[in-house]
Design a binder for this molecule. Structure first.
Ligand code: CUA
Length: 154
């Protein structure tokens, strides 16, 4: 009968954790929507929107950001921060030029994989100015632990 009690306790803890994560994401004004952005030939990124990756304004307060991950950097993000304005909705299109990488905005629930041949699409609302670290959370080779970048909401 103790097993039953512990099962209930465990379930309650899980519910509490999920609640915390959800509240944290909403509280920060950051919302992640993840759906497929389609496919792309990783050998021909130069013939796609990924030829000149970066921020594009597509509406009054909406932006698109194309990001290429490769060993061991994000372009843009690593050598220069990605800059978007506050009170904006930003759709990220993320792909990889070589192996599987991760794309995580530290401290938020924005977290996706960057897979060669596929485009990850993530829409995020940024309500206030902030700085976020971008980290690669998939092991991608010897420089994995150095693969990071920055997103600045101004
Ligand atoms: Cu890229 Cu780990």
């Amino acid at each position: 009968r103790y097993e039953k009690i512990w099962t209930v306790v465990a379930l309650l803890l899980i519910v509490a954790f999920i609640g915390t994560v959800t509240y944290g994401a909403v509280g920060a004004g950051v919302k992640m929507v993840d759906d497929s952005g389609g496919t792309v030939d990783p050998g021909s990124l130069g013939d796609t929107e990924f030829a000149d990756p970066g921020v594009t304004q597509v509406g009054e307060d909406s932006y698109e950001v194309h990001v290429v991950a490769r060993q061991f950097l994000f372009q843009p993000g690593t050598s220069e921060p990605i800059r978007v304005p506050a009170n904006s909705e930003v759709t990220f299109y993320i792909t990889s030029a070589d192996v599987i990488h991760g794309f995580e905005l530290a401290g938020t629930n924005v977290n996706t994989m960057a897979i060669p041949g596929q485009v990850a699409k993530v829409t995020v609302r940024f309500d206030e100015p902030a700085e976020y670290g971008i980290v690669c959370h998939e092991y991608c080779g010897g420089g994995h632990h150095t693969m990071a970048g920055q997103l600045v909401v101004v």
